[in-house]
Ligand binder design. Structure first.
Ligand code: ADP
Length: 606
């Protein structure tokens, strides 16, 4: 009777574990999958062994020997799979890199298991009775014991070799492995003791209460999430403290010089203070834009917005922008553009501009004498209609030390802070440049000799729209302040300071300027007066710019061009505002050149 009790007990307990384990919410990881194989395998194994033991014990002779052998062979196949699952399980929890190896190893292991299982099914097996119990012998049994034995030995060796890295929660599992090996030996010595099923159940239970319990796993996962959150929080704090330091520096200059200006009685001196304030403000603006870019990049919110553009126009305008940065320094600026550059390209031109402008500005900032060579080359592929732009900026500046090259692209990292005190910068430029280049699928690299100069190279692929060069490119914007004399402009902004700044910038044009501090006031004015152009702020309380525009357009006969004026300098906004019905878009702080372009566009250019 005792012979059948052990397997029946293991059926009961393994079924209980099966129900508890599979009705709880589990995390889908490889280890759990291996454990599931073990739990299911043990239930089936216990059922098989109970049936076999029952047949033998109750001498159900009508049962065909063939079926007995078949059940036995299925049981052996199961044992092979359970031992293999246990081996993988142990490797997964002890060797961190095993997860990557798993995909490569699972197939060869399954092949070995498969061959063994085929051998089990084709080779002989004999039943040996001993009183109430029975046992099996023969090649099929030996093949099973050998492979299972090898798996167990590898499992134990894996544990022993990695004992230092093992978590203390894992220790019970390793003691179980010892027990299993011991039982295996007992089984070989006295095959009449049917102990494998019950010991497998025992193993599964101990594993469940130590590491495989879904609750334990959830706690582990929560801890991982907590660590990740703490890390992210720390990075944010560091970023904020860096940022506030970076912002305070120009702010300090702005406040300081403004106070000097209030006290100063000399007009010339006042002008120099004002110039310093403008410089510090531009630096602050650069920092704020840089921080916005970096946070957008880090939050994966930076979108790629492809547009068609004329590369000649773009690179010419970039070189014009960078010349003032060289100022009075004895530095020659040379630009070479390959004649192969296609006429019209398609890509995210604003990112291309930002990338190239950053490295050009750096060359201008960090070169005191000699030359800067801006080289634009390309490789055109007609089959794919793509153009690989390779742009290099070579300078004869201070150069970069070999050890510093790695740090170059880090956020807020400025090299040689002591030498940099006179050169404004944020240390964000190259970090942004690199991220943007990579976002466009491109590459950036640096060659530099300390004290001699640096070469930055950027490779970016763009789509070719046309090889023909459009006529009349890149006209210089020259401001003619008398072009729009007397024209009537309405500026709508809820901030008095912003109105004052806009009025001040428009002052040289001798326009007729009317201001409104709300959408309601603007509607009122537009109803009773005529205007040639309206500049409209977007973020206004009660009625925002978009809503005001909608109501303006509802007025009969309204056909005044309305330009959105906003601090929302997020890429793609120009399309957003044009879709909302605005005729154009200007971002704050207002750029004089862009403002001039807008005025010429809507007030008629001379
Ligand atoms: P920054 O706003 O300080 O210019 P960047 O990220 O653009 O920030 O550059 C990081 C640092 O790399 C700079 O502070 C400067 O020390 C160094 N650097 C960048 N470009 C050059 C260059 N062309 N020549 C020498 N040093 C450079």
């Amino acid at each position: 009777m005792a012979g059948v009790l052990l397997p029946v007990c293991s059926v009961f307990f393994s079924l209980l574990l099966f129900i508890v384990y599979f009705t709880k919410k589990r995390i889908k990881i490889l280890e759990n999958n291996m454990y599931s194989v073990m739990v299911v395998g043990t239930v089936i194994d216990s059922i098989f062994v109970s049936i076999l033991q029952g047949i033998v014990q109750f001498e159900i002779s009508s049962f065909s020997e063939f079926i007995i052998y078949l059940i036995n062979k299925f049981d052996f196949a199961l044992l092979v799979l359970i031992c293999n699952a246990l081996l993988f399980y142990t490797m997964l929890i002890t060797i961190p890199k095993f997860k990557e190896l798993f995909k490569k190893l699972i197939i060869p292991f399954l092949v070995v298991d498969g061959i063994t299982i085929i051998l089990i099914f084709i080779s002989g097996l004999s039943l040996i009775h001993s009183g109430d119990n029975y046992s099996v012998a023969g090649l099929a049994a030996n093949v099973t014991y050998i492979l299972c034995g090898i798996y167990l030995i590898i499992t134990i060796l894996t544990v022993l070799f990695n004992i230092k890295k093992v978590d203390k929660r894992h220790i019970p599992v390793f003691s179980i492995l010892g027990i299993m090996a011991f039982l295996f030996i007992i089984y070989k010595v006295n095959p009449y003791l049917i102990v494998i099923s019950i010991s497998l159940t025992f193993v599964n239970y101990i594993m469940f209460f130590t590491i495989e319990n879904p609750d334990v796993n959830h706690i582990k996962e929560l801890n991982l999430a907590k660590d990740a959150a703490e890390k992210a929080n720390l990075a944010k704090t560091e970023f904020l403290s860096n940022m506030s330091h970076e912002i305070r520096t120009p702010l300090n200059a702005i406040v300081g010089f403004s106070e000097c200006m209030i006290d100063s009685k000399d007009l010339k001196e006042t002008k120099t203070f004002a110039k310093d304030i403008v410089d510090a403000s531009n630096n602050l603006l650069e920092i704020v834009n840089g921080i916005l870019d970096i946070s957008k990049i880090e939050a994966n919110k930076m979108e790629i917005i492809p547009k068609e553009y004329n590369p000649r126009e773009v690179f010419n305008s970039l070189s014009k922008l960078v010349k003032p940065r060289i100022g009075e320094k004895p530095v020659d600026f040379k630009m070479y553009m390959s004649p192969d550059i296609p006429g019209i390209l398609k890509g995210d031109v604003s990112k291309v501009k930002q990338i190239v402008l950053n490295i050009l500005t750096n060359a201008a900032k960090y070169t005191d004498k000699g030359e800067i060579i801006f080289n634009i080359n390309c490789i055109n592929r007609t089959d794919t209609k793509t153009c690989l732009l390779y742009i290099s900026v070579k300078d004869t500046g201070r150069g970069i030390k070999k050890d510093d090259v790695e740090k170059l692209f880090n956020k807020f990292e400025r090299l040689e802070e002591d030498r940099n005190t006179t050169t404004e910068g944020t240390g964000l430029g190259l970090a942004i440049t690199k991220s943007l280049t990579e976002m466009l699928g491109g590459r950036i690299n640096v060659f530099s000799k300390y004290g001699e100069g640096s070469t930055f190279r950027v490779y970016i692929e763009q789509e070719i729209i046309s090889m023909d060069i459009p006529e009349g490119n890149s006209e210089e914007i020259e401001i003619d302040y008398n072009a729009h004399k007397g024209k009537r402009i309405l500026i709508v902004d809820d901030s008095k300071i912003n109105l004052k700044v806009a009025q001040q910038i428009l002052k040289p044009y001798n326009l007729n300027i009317v201001t409104a501090e709300s959408g309601f006031e603007a509607l009122d004015l537009a109803q009773n007066q005529t205007f040639d152009l309206i500049l409209m702020d977007i973020m206004m309380p009660k009625m925002n710019g978009v809503e005001t525009l909608r109501r303006l357009k509802e007025m009969s006969g309204f056909d005044v061009p309305v330009v959105a004026l906003t601090a929302d300098a997020i890429e793609g906004t120009d399309e957003k505002y044009i879709n909302a019905g605005f005729n154009d878009y200007l971002s704050k702080p207002i750029d004089r050149y862009l403002l001039n372009k807008v005025l010429n566009k809507f007030l008629g250019s001379k």
